[in-house]
Write a protein that binds this ligand. Structure first.
Ligand code: MN
Length: 383
């Protein structure tokens, strides 16, 4: 059985005012081609399918078309869960009807995880659906108090264990911030730290340990493709680069080839995109005179880290050479040591703080005439 694992599509997302809908349509078209080329049996979408709980019409149309084409043109079964960006109830609309078409969308979290079984030459493969859940939701569903999400997740796994045939192949689809606490514990054991001092068990991070017996865990939420300590526990990463911080990441989908129990092959595959997202660094004059030196496709999404200290019309000048400029930063602001500034500010009076604030915003000194006005205002306020 061949499974393609993706997550975090964030359909309908905008980036600095630019709609990414054409980029998303382009990459979904390529994903559909890949499903056919690779003879994929199962497509997993591990949550955050939409960017907003009430998605845009364009985003709904794009998903509707994609799902229609995949389920009618191929034999691929689509298995999807809701992420924290999705509205569980809205995403699940029609799901009982769609199941007969090979489309399984699980929106709402339930204590007994919905299970779906497919067979191949090696026997049964069971898929378990764990959509995004909050601590409150887990406590409500179980009618129990949990200290954190990790405790709730352990309860979910223990509750479902009797339904899991461990001699068969089992796959968990989940959305959340998972980590492997045992690895952290091992790293700290050398430092002679007692359990209660470990920097783990935070409210939001969930220990995947109790679920490691699954043959594969298809995760969504973190946008960088990665394994979680073990090769069979993986984040597929987002479909596209969705923030400037993701500019250096290689986006991919994950393909899993399941053979007999205990035998699986995992690989990642990149998909062609309409535009790349690039962070470039240089002086404004050089960038605008030699744009090809910085970006090979002028239509890419560009964020410019300018080495100049002060640029008045930077965005205007960048937009004359690049189609899609997301923003810029200037060297003067880059170099500010904010901790030092804050500590210094705390020791200053209000007019001193205002002088620094003014300098930070404008890169100019507040002249005496204005300073007198500011001081008068402060005096008035103090009365
Ligand atoms: Mn998420």
């Amino acid at each position: 059985m061949k499974i393609l694992h993706t997550a975090d599509w964030h359909l309908g997302k905008t980036l600095a005012g630019y709609s990414l809908i054409n980029d998303q349509a382009f990459i979904l078209h390529n994903l559909k081609k890949l499903l056919k080329e690779e003879n994929i049996d199962i497509l997993i979408i591990a949550g955050d399918i939409y960017d907003k709980s009430v998605p845009s019409i364009e985003a709904i149309r794009l998903l509707d078309n994609f799902l229609y084409e995949v389920t009618t043109e191929t034999n691929v079964k689509v298995l999807a869960i809701a992420g924290n960006h999705d509205s569980a109830a809205r995403l699940a609309f029609g799901n009982r009807l769609y199941q007969s078409q090979g489309l399984h969308i699980i929106g709402e979290f339930e204590s007994t995880l919905p299970k779906l079984t497919f067979a191949d030459d090696f026997g049964s493969v069971n898929f378990f659906f764990l959509p995004y859940f909050s601590l409150e939701k887990a406590m409500h569903v179980f009618d129990l108090k949990f200290k954190n999400l990790s405790e709730a997740f352990t309860a979910i796994i223990n509750h479902n264990k009797p339904n899991i045939k461990t001699n068969e192949r089992n796959i968990l689809i989940a959305h959340g911030f998972f980590s492997y606490f045992q690895q952290v514990k091992n790293a700290f054991s050398e430092l002679d730290v007692i359990d209660s001092e470990l920097p783990i068990g935070g409210m939001d991070i969930i220990d995947i340990g109790p679920a490691e017996f699954f043959d594969y865990i298809a995760l969504g939420h973190l946008h960088c493709a990665q394994k979680v300590a073990k090769d069979h526990i993986r984040y597929a990463g987002s479909l596209l680069k969705y923030s400037i911080a993701e500019a250096a990441q290689n986006k991919s989908v994950t393909i899993i080839e399941l053979k007999e129990k205990g035998n699986l092959k995992v690989k990642t595959q990149q998909l062609a995109t309409l535009h790349d997202l690039c962070v470039i660094s240089g002086f404004i004059d050089d960038i605008t005179q030699n744009p090809q030196k910085y970006v090979h496709n002028p239509a890419d999404y560009i964020f410019a880290k300018l080495k100049d200290n002060n640029v008045v019309d930077g965005m205007f000048r960048l937009r004359q050479v690049f189609d899609n400029v997301l923003g810029l930063s200037v060297a003067a602001n880059e170099d500010i040591n904010f901790d030092a500034v804050i500590n210094k500010e705390l020791k200053q009076d209000i007019s001193g703080m205002f002088k620094m604030f003014f300098k930070e915003l404008t890169n100019n000194k507040l002249d005496d005439e204005y300073l007198t006005i500011v001081n008068d205002v402060i005096k008035d306020l103090n009365k």
